[in-house]
Write a protein that binds this ligand. Structure first.
Ligand SMILES: Cc1cc2nc3c(=O)[nH]c(=O)nc-3n(C[C@H](O)[C@H](O)[C@H](O)COP(=O)(O)O)c2cc1C
Length: 201
């Protein structure tokens, strides 16, 4: 079939876009507000955008009624210029889901989900202590996108935390830390099998 996103007849119940652009990594974004109160929320419109210098991005859709700019994560990053991307392991999937609720500004989702905070080295934002990897980020740019409150946040990665037990032979092994990926609809996947391909010269 051919599907046009703007077809008023809606031939599919849901847009297939998120099922097609999948699996997506989940950026579990921690921030603090102006008063130092922590916030944590998952964003799967998330990816690395540059290896050297290391940079990541996520996009936030829509605006919360109790915020001037977008969602809590976006407001906090506008105020402080800092955020942390935590990786969601299979063991943390339910806690990640619990942090996605539309809580009021000022609610600490670490507490909602019963998660332990760990200090960062460079940014003044807590990370998820049990997360297998966390990226400390400084804001590079906020790009306004079409749609009310829609923005892309681009950050420079200034520090990387890794679960020691998943580092072997100088490499970080996904089968050890089992990252959760977002698929379409309500679906998720966990990496359990990995293979190598050798690129042509
Ligand atoms: C797995 C998952 C991925 C999500 N990805 C996004 C996303 O990419 N962009 C977005 O705006 N909201 C996304 N959400 C919804 C936000 O997590 C949700 O709106 C949350 O309340 C935002 O929190 P905040 O206001 O504390 O930033 C996602 C939710 C889940 C469960």
């Amino acid at each position: 079939m051919f599907y046009r996103p703007d077809d008023p007849n809606k031939p599919l119940k849901h847009s297939p876009l998120k099922a097609i652009v999948s699996p997506r990594p989940i950026g579990w974004i921690s921030t603090v507000d102006k008063d130092g109160k922590a916030n944590l929320a998952p964003y799967s419109f998330f990816n690395a955008v540059m290896d050297n210098p290391p940079m990541v991005m996520f996009t936030s859709a829509g605006r919360k009624s109790d915020r001037e700019f977008g969602k809590d994560s976006v407001s906090n990053i506008r105020d402080t210029g800092e955020f942390v991307v935590n990786v969601v392991s299979h063991a943390l999937k339910d806690a990640m889901n619990a942090t996605s609720g539309a809580y009021e500004a000022g609610v600490d989702e670490f507490e909602v989900a019963g998660l332990t905070k760990a200090a960062c080295q460079i940014v003044n934002v807590p990370r998820v202590a049990d997360s297998p990897a966390s990226l400390e980020c400084k804001l590079h740019q906020i790009v306004d996108l079409p749609g009310d409150g829609n923005v892309m946040i681009i950050g420079n990665v200034v520090g990387i935390h890794l679960l020691d037990s998943a580092v072997r032979d100088g490499m970080f092994h996904a089968t050890d830390y089992q990252p959760v990926a977002r698929l379409g609809y309500k679906d998720y996947a966990t990496i359990s099998e990995v293979y190598e391909l050798i690129r042509p010269k």
